[in-house]
Write a protein that binds this ligand. Sequence first.
Ligand code: 5GP
Ligand code: MN
Length: 325
Amino acid sequence: MQTNEQEFLQVEHFLKDHDDFLVVSHVQPDGDAVSSTLVVGWLLSCLGKNYVMVNEGPIPQRMSYLLHSDRIMDLSVTPLTKSYKHIICVDCADFRRVGKASEYFAADAKILNIDHHPTNDGFGSINLIVPDAAATVQVLFDLVKWLNLSLDHDTATAIYTGLLTDTGGFRYSSTSPRVMAMASELLEYGVDGPALSQLLLEEMTLPQIRLLTRALNGLQMSEDGKISWVTINDEDMKLTGAIHEDLEGIVNYPRNIQNVEVGLLFKVIDDNAVKVSMRSAGKVDVAAVAQAFGGGGHVRAAGVRMQGSLDAVVLQIVEQVKARL
Ligand code: 5GP
Ligand code: MN
């Protein structure tokens, strides 16, 4: 934390010297994105500030246990009535990840960019980017301490949620001693770790199981067995009754096959757009693969939204991964 002293000081001034903030995370938010939004909201409340929390779309139903998650406005349902001059972006590796929420940024807006993606391009006026943090909530935990605020049970639960989900249940290589020390401290606040693991990592809805079954039925492998992928289209979603958040975790199945280096999930968005999720066993830097097409992420987990038909996108990505094997 000490290494980021200068940035923390800048962030402190940004928060204390201004008011009326817009807090936003990335499109199709995950556990870290939702939790980070809520932790920033709580922090602004502690400082006596006015703010709104927004997202381009809905918050996953699974995360409705998070206190005030219902206050994160879904802009696709409730548009804002004005634009904002002071923006706090959390867990967004680049400006495009903010999505349509950026329509409410004033032309002269100042952006505070808090993130942990090594591919973050520093799009903010102030940037607090900690690439070795396992999650954005880890950076926020340090910020809470820097500001001398004392955590409460609900905020501890949000921070634990972000750590748990972004480390895949404290299993990924990002699970540093620091992460475990933080998790331990959060448990002292009474966070129910096992219940959160059950809800966020174990439990599946029936549509989710059916979607996984369909996806695995179409599993494909490269000739050398090092790349494996599944595809999901609109029909798969409709026939199984699955919703967007049910896609979570599916990409781990191809990745977990013995000897596979890279697992991929291709989700058709429309006739000319595909969302690609990539997971690496460690040899291939999938953030670099994603970046080659305008996306980003981490060495072992990255993503990108691409233009083109499913077949064309599969071909391009698989070729790019092959070139790096
Ligand atoms: P997922 O595959 O679970 O959507 O994302 C894996 C990782 O890649 C996450 O850290 C996520 O933030 C990042 N990521 C996913 N999609 C994109 C994208 O379109 N652009 C960028 N820059 N990062 C992405
Ligand atoms: Mn994150």
